[in-house]
Design a protein around this ligand. Structure first.
Ligand code: SAH
Length: 209
């Protein structure tokens, strides 16, 4: 499947946000996976990107991005840079992406590729994303592509009022739920919506020194 065909396929699967579909049509997913996975890049499945990590299924990338309802002016925090594919989708749809990855090699490879593809408004950080990126907070939207057992409080705290976060939550390799969390006005509790059952790699929590 070519990437234009992929966007048409995702539209048939129910993805309605035209900007999300266009952003996906603009990328060649095969460029984001290692050589030995290229032949499979057309399939709507997750693929290995090395170090036990995966690039998400395109349908899930589209659905999560659509759920953020980006209009173009936002500053967005992403946890789990991985291959950089989701980062590249986000970067086309908002003002600035701040992306955090725990594994230095993956971060470096993604940064090299995204720079070569001409993406400029992306800031990269190597570290534990469960703590967010306090120096750059608050964010209009947060997207996590690894699953913590519980929603990290630091991430909710780094959302703007009116901001939203899309995050898979649940036990490692067990039953996880994709959540959308809206942070409302002061004095109100964040509103949590369950979007669908999912399976993501665990969000590793490191112990502070
Ligand atoms: N969005 C990626 C998916 C990568 S899989 C893509 O499109 O390819 C999830 C990624 O989250 C992995 O690269 C993993 O190393 C990273 N990760 C896991 N725990 C993390 C943490 N605490 N902080 C930052 N990144 C983390």
């Amino acid at each position: 499947m070519g990437d234009q065909e992929r966007a048409e396929y995702l539209a048939r699967q129910g993805i309605q946000d035209r900007r999300v579909l266009e952003a996906i049509a603009h990328l060649r997913r095969a460029e984001f996976v290692p050589e030995q996975e290229r032949a499979r890049a057309g399939a709507d499945t997750p693929l290995s990107i090395g170090q036990g990590q995966t690039i998400s299924q395109p349908y899930i990338v589209a659905l999560m991005t659509q759920a953020l309802r980006l209009e173009g002016h936002e500053r967005v925090l992403e946890i789990g840079t991985g291959s950089g594919y989701q980062t590249a989708v986000l970067a086309q749809l908002c003002r600035e992406v701040f992306t955090v990855e725990l594994l230095p090699d993956l971060s470096r490879t993604a940064q090299g590729l995204l720079t070569r593809l001409g993406f400029q408004d992306i800031a990269y950080r190597v570290g534990d994303g469960t703590r967010g990126w306090p120096e750059e907070a608050p964010f209009d939207a947060i997207l996590a592509t690894a699953a913590p057992e519980e929603v990290p409080a630091a991430l909710v705290a780094q959302l703007t009022r009116g901001g939203r976060m899309v995050i898979p939550v649940g036990p490692a390799y067990g039953s996880q739920e994709l959540l959308r969390i809206h942070r409302g006005p002061p004095g109100t509790l964040p509103r949590v919506e369950h979007l669908l059952p999912v399976r993501f790699v665990p969000m590793v929590e490191t112990t502070p020194l």
